[in-house]
Write a protein that binds this ligand. Structure first.
Ligand code: C2O
Ligand code: CU
Length: 648
């Protein structure tokens, strides 16, 4: 094994990830940050210099265990002090296990500012993955907001609460809401009938057909199949126009979406990719390569590994490749890896992926090679306001700019939770994978609720909303500093009278920085219990991510977790993961062994939810933590401790 050295500078750069120039956080001038590629057993050595001028920074290596190096976990207020402007911090850690990982900022909402990249670990020399493939592609998925993260965080912490990405409520918008002008959109472009010809360009014939006939779905279907509307329109609930629907709609003008889905840092904002690709059309008004669609160049009849990871701030996603009608020829995918762990291979038409998760799927290029195909990413769990992100699977020797003959695959309805559940339930450990201990020493039940604190909207766990302390826990616990964070153990359960199916009867909550202290090497079960949010009939998906460990997913259920559900736990082949979702009104049970000395965050991976307090802290075996580098301690009470020890 090797040590791999990287010298990075984090700084703001201009970039146009969706054809709109903004500033974002880049590394060495790049967005997304450089991909780290290593082999299992290697040591990664990143010298990270903060060139942000006026704010601190840290980087978390998501999915990496950090056994023996808990100070390199890269969590501000938890594992280290944020790196000050112009300062450098060295992240040095071992990557133990082959798999698909990523890294991202973990201070405030810096992940949403674009601070992320891929970390890919190949099998060690002489070892092989238990599946074969001819080539691979890496797809790092994210969502990008036009509002700055400062704007977002202030909104989230304001009274009244302002949700991220909502357009500013101004007069124009209010007028617009009262009196939305009807427009025609074709290919996602606002148009008039007379202009249509021009927009469609080389496909004049079809345009003429459109112009001369009233919208008639049967007549218009066929060669125009790749025409679709740019959501949102009032008529669309699915991101894509269904095949049965007409190609053009008389619709109401909608305010611009506030975010864009990105594939490897590239997407298209509020415009149609199909139009973008049509010769002579500049629907996206940009010639920037930054936002051109990602092209996967493949050969027919080969097998490719797609590494797919999601570091979205908010969105739950669905990915499919092929055509809009599943009954037609389509690309199936075989899921083989989840969060750096092998899973029992299973075949799917599409996959759901939540923030914090990663998968590898095998794609066999067994479709008609004279065509190219769309790879499409749509939104799950929230009514999509964002256009799907598209990439092109380019069968060589076709030109990559040859448009797929069919419209992109249709994502399942955003609220088809049964579809999502059946996918999650199919993920099981590959034969021979490590099995969980048969019983747990402790069970912690964590109720997820949306609350109010002094009128501010928060998320709480067992009625405590996480507020991080100024001194990182790792140092203050290691050196037993008093009053560095709130004393007392947070609750292990919630009242049996609490009705998870209804909004909280008393929404008032409290903030705290207290932590769960877990006996070293003990086995812990955590039951994540979802509930109704503040509004009636609202319960959302939350992807929970654990630092420092993989856990076994023992089971899921609907409604309130009950003692008798324990009998249903899967102890035979539960998958190992580092991120798992709770479905609306449901629960998820996980088990892990507290064998990694350190202090570890366990939290919802939705960036604004974490910011609103949706997380807990686990501390285990802190007395076994080795010498913490001074640079991780130079703030708060540990900083003062160092000064007291060394100044005369
Ligand atoms: Cu990927 Cu604590 O996060
Ligand atoms: Cu959440």
């Amino acid at each position: 094994s090797k040590t791999r050295h990287f010298k990075w500078e984090v700084g703001y750069i201009y970039a146009s990830p969706d054809c709109n120039e903004k500033i974002l956080m880049g590394i060495n001038g790049q967005f997304p940050g450089p991909t780290i590629r290593a082999k299992a057993g290697d040591t990664i050595h990143v010298e990270l210099k903060n060139t942000l001028h006026t704010e601190g920074v840290v980087i978390h290596w998501h999915g990496i265990r950090q056994l023996g190096t808990p100070w390199a976990d890269g969590t501000a207020s938890i594992s280290q002090c944020a790196i000050d402007p112009e300062e450098t911090f060295v992240y040095r850690f071992r990557v133990e296990k082959a798999g698909t990982y990523f890294y991202h900022g973990h201070y405030g909402m810096q992940r949403a500012a674009g601070l992320y990249g891929s970390l890919i670990v190949d099998a060690a020399d002489g070892e092989a993955e238990p599946f074969r493939y001819d080539g691979e592609f890496n797809l790092l998925l994210s969502d990008w907001y036009h509002q700055s993260i400062y704007d977002q965080t202030v909104g989230l912490s304001s009274k009244p609460f302002r949700w991220i990405g909502e357009p500013q409520v101004n007069n124009a918008l209010a007028t617009y809401r009262r009196n939305p002008p009807p427009v025609i959109r074709v290919l996602g472009i606002e148009t008039t009938k007379s202009k249509l010809k021009k927009i469609v360009g080389p496909h004049k014939q079809q345009a003429v057909r459109y112009r001369d006939s009233p919208i008639n779905q049967k007549r218009l279907w066929g060669p125009l199949s790749w025409f679709w509307l740019s959501p949102p329109t009032e008529q669309l609930t699915s991101p894509f126009l269904r095949q049965e629907e007409p190609i053009a709609y008389r619709t109401h003008q909608t305010p611009p979406a506030s975010s864009t889905l990105l594939i490897n840092g590239r997407g298209q904002y509020n415009c149609s990719l199909a139009a973008h690709l049509i010769e002579g059309s500049n629907a996206c008004e940009s010639t920037s390569k930054d936002c051109a669609p990602v092209v996967l160049r493949v050969l027919p009849n080969k097998t490719y590994r797609l590494r797919i990871a999601s570091t979205t701030s908010l969105s739950s996603l669905n990915l499919a490749i092929g055509v809009s009608k599943p009954s037609l020829a389509n690309h199936k995918m075989v899921v083989v890896e989840a969060d750096g762990n092998h899973v029992e291979p299973f075949m799917v038409d599409d996959i759901d992926i939540y923030s914090g998760e990663s998968y590898s799927v095998l794609l066999t290029t067994d479709q008609n090679p004279s065509s190219n195909y769309w790879l499409s990413i749509g939104v799950r769990g929230r009514k999509p306001k964002t256009s799907p992100a598209l990439a092109i699977v380019n069968y060589r020797p076709n030109s990559p700019s040859k448009l797929p003959e069919s419209s992109p695959p249709i994502a399942p309805e955003w609220n088809d939770y049964n579809h999502s559940k059946s996918f999650s339930y199919r993920i099981l450990a590959r034969r021979g994978a490590p099995k969980p201990p048969q019983r747990a020493d402790r069970r912690i039940v964590l109720l997820n609720t949306q609350n109010k604190i002094d009128g501010y909207t928060k998320w709480s766990i067992n009625n405590i909303s996480l507020a991080l302390p100024p001194t990182p826990y790792l140092g203050s616990m290691r050196y037993r500093l008093k009053n560095a964070f709130d004393a007392g153990t947070p609750p292990e359960n919630f009242p049996s009278s609490y009705d998870v199916m209804r909004p909280p009867t008393n929404p008032n909550s409290t903030q705290s920085s207290n932590a769960y202290v877990i006996r070293f090497n003990s086995t812990v079960d955590v039951i994540l219990q979802n509930a109704n949010a503040l509004a009636v009939n609202v319960s959302e998906i939350h992807p929970w991510h654990l630092h420092g460990h993989d856990f076994w997913v023992l089971g899921y259920g609907d409604g309130r977790f009950d003692e008798k559900d324990v009998a249903r736990f899967n102890l035979k082949n539960p998958p190992l993961r580092n991120t798992v979702v709770i479905f609306p009104y449901g629960w998820t049970a996980i088990r892990f062994v507290a064998d990694n000395p350190g202090v570890w965050a366990f939290h919802c991976h939705i960036e604004p939810h974490l910011h609103m307090g949706m997380g807990v802290i686990f501390a285990e075996g802190v007395e076994h933590v080795g010498k913490i580098p001074k640079e991780a301690l130079l703030c708060g009470m540990t900083g003062k401790m160092l000064m007291d020890n060394h100044l005369p």
